[in-house]
Design a protein around this ligand. Structure first.
Ligand SMILES: Nc1ncnc2c1ncn2[C@@H]1O[C@H](COP(=O)(O)OP(=O)(O)O)[C@@H](O)[C@H]1O
Ligand SMILES: O=P(O)(O)OC[C@H]1O[C@](O)(COP(=O)(O)O)[C@@H](O)[C@@H]1O
Length: 305
């Protein structure tokens, strides 16, 4: 089974404003409302690709209810812990540029943190647990590391998609996969990652730190996959970016959708990049048809070391 855990889900309110002017009254030309948060996006893309998962995390209030109803409607299993404060709303403003305002999120009690850890006790060896997105301010940035340690002890494949200290602290617990984008990778090493060579250099440092598989996504500039046996480079297909929210999550979902079916790493990587681009080229998250179509344009090359 694949579990996704979103500690800080959101409603993503996507507002298109033709000529946004700061400090003025602006009116939208189009709006969309989606359930958001990285683990939830991964569960949704997995479902689109025909793979079941169970979404975990914390939800509260009318916004939390919207997320649960949406997932139920899409026949996605979920087992969220209810909290008293409302789930946040993240604003995604589309104008000349993409601007995002992500909320802080509700506070999570120690008791509810323990409740989540107990759910992990009931998972089985060989399961996958995705830990994705920011950690709400009420939870220590050690929390993902604590979960990664539990996963390591229980033979659960931890997949981590977060940034900064919360990510760094998980590395020594041998997560199965991490997927930083090139900015997040640079941030980990207090540098800028500007090229594929840089991404390979710093990606190898993540392997040395204990991570089993690394994908570095570089938006429109391709992606890199690394593990102890191989380094793969991918192009990305050409297209018009409509809404890149959830594109990184789609890379993770596309990759996992193939790994769970025991496909080889190169196929899984290709599928991940196809899913990322298919989402970037869509208003909402990608569909299976879009992924299958874009996949044919993606060439995976092995780097000889
Ligand atoms: N301009 C683009 N052209 C094609 N694909 C893109 C583009 N921008 C993003 N993508 C797709 O989305 C994926 C994730 O994007 P990226 O910005 O690297 O990650 P994140 O969304 O985590 O910040 C990329 O690997 C790629 O598949
Ligand atoms: O938890 P964070 O870091 O605030 O991110 C939450 C946001 O990330 C998203 O999951 C999108 O993530 P990506 O664009 O990185 O794939 C949105 O749905 C959500 O608003």
């Amino acid at each position: 089974m694949i579990y996704t855990c979103t500690l800080n889900p959101s409603i993503d309110y996507v507002a298109r404003v033709e000529d946004f002017k700061e400090g003025h009254l602006n009116r939208t030309s189009d709006t969309f409302v989606y359930p958001g948060g990285k683990g939830i996006n991964v569960s949704r893309v997995l479902k689109h690709l025909g793979i079941d998962s169970t979404a975990l995390g914390y939800t509260g209030g009318f916004t939390g209810a919207f997320i649960k109803d949406f997932l139920t409607e899409e026949q996605i299993l979920h087992d969220f812990i209810n909290v008293s404060e409302v789930t946040r709303i993240n604003v995604k403003l589309k104008s000349h540029k993409e601007t995002e305002i992500n909320g802080l999120g509700p506070s999570i009690s120690i008791e509810n943190q323990q409740n989540l850890l107990q759910k992990i006790d009931n998972m089985s060896e060989g399961d996958f647990l995705l830990l994705a997105g920011s950690i709400p301010p009420s939870i220590s940035d050690d929390f993902y590391a604590e979960i990664a340690k539990k996963c390591n002890g229980q033979g659960i494949h931890a997949v981590i998609d977060t940034a900064g200290e919360a990510l760094r602290k998980t590395l020594s617990f041998q997560p199965f996969l991490i997927k930083p984008n090139h900015h997040e990778l640079g941030e980990l090493f207090q540098t800028d990652v500007n090229s594929k060579e840089d991404a390979i250099f710093y990606g190898k440092k993540l392997l040395e730190a204990g991570v089993q598989n690394v994908i570095v996504s570089m938006a429109g500039d391709g992606a890199i996959f690394l593990n102890k046996d191989t380094v793969l480079i991918s192009n990305v297909p050409v297209g018009t970016v409509k809404n890149s929210v959830g594109a990184g999550d789609s890379v993770v979902a596309g990759f996992l959708s193939q790994i769970i079916q025991e496909r080889d790493l190169s196929t899984a990587f290709q599928y991940g990049v196809a899913a990322g681009s298919a989402t970037a080229f869509s208003e909402d998250l990608c569909t299976l048809e879009q992924v299958e179509f874009l996949r044919k344009q993606i060439v995976i090359e092995e780097v000889t070391r």
